[in-house]
Ligand binder design. Structure first.
Ligand SMILES: Cc1cc2nc3c(=O)[nH]c(=O)nc-3n(C[C@H](O)[C@H](O)[C@H](O)COP(=O)(O)O)c2cc1C
Length: 173
């Protein structure tokens, strides 16, 4: 088990997977539990997660993401949808327009880190046709797909990508 800092450092976008190595059910469950452990506005968890392992649907997800082939190659994909209606009931427009999206994205970020801790790789995919993704997972109309997280055993260990220097990103006051 890596400590938290090592886990964060070992997370890289993985775009090649061992497609013959499915993600064990227990690992999927553990990752989903970590996603749901993320903070959320009013503890409402204004999101829904679809777990796609079926090959036909993964192929359709890759098409919905404009041909990003690794989505079909990865044995699993988590489709994170925000639930603006749920957040709106308590928080009005701010819940609908901001909190639901934040809830869903924080949960997805936790899932990516949990994947690393479980020895898996992932990539966050945001470039997709929303309606096409909704159709693949048969999501009810009030859910908004916000992130596809491909999941599987890596077939590559990519070089870490550079980050902007802290001095450029951070202001101490
Ligand atoms: C909001 C968002 C959208 C992204 N969309 C895509 C995508 O559609 N396809 C893809 O291959 N990577 C996508 N990425 C992954 C980024 O390209 C990647 O995180 C970034 O280049 C840094 O590399 P690293 O994840 O290896 O640290 C996305 C990441 C985020 C946070």
């Amino acid at each position: 088990m890596w400590d938290f800092f090592a886990t964060v450092r070992h997370r890289h976008s993985i775009r090649h997977y061992q497609s013959d190595m499915p993600v064990e059910r227990e690992k999927l469950h553990a990752i989903l539990e970590m996603a749901c452990a993320a903070p959320s506005a009013g503890d409402l968890q204004s999101y829904h997660i679809f777990v796609v392992t079926d090959e036909g649907r993964r192929t359709r997800l890759s098409e919905a993401a404009f041909g990003q082939a690794f989505l079909a190659e990865a044995p699993a994909c988590l489709v994170f949808c925000s639930d603006p209606q749920r957040a709106q009931e308590k928080y009005g427009a701010r819940g609908r327009e901001l909190y639901a999206l934040q809830d869903a994205t924080i949960a997805a970020a936790y899932a990516q880190l949990a994947a690393v801790a479980a020895g898996l790789g992932s990539t966050w995919v945001g470039h997709f046709d929303e309606d096409a993704v909704r159709a693949v997972v048969a999501a009810p109309g009030h859910l908004v797909p916000v992130a596809l997280i491909s999941l599987g055993y890596p077939a590559e260990i990519p070089e870490p990508t550079p980050r902007r220097p802290l001095g450029e990103v951070v202001t101490y006051l």
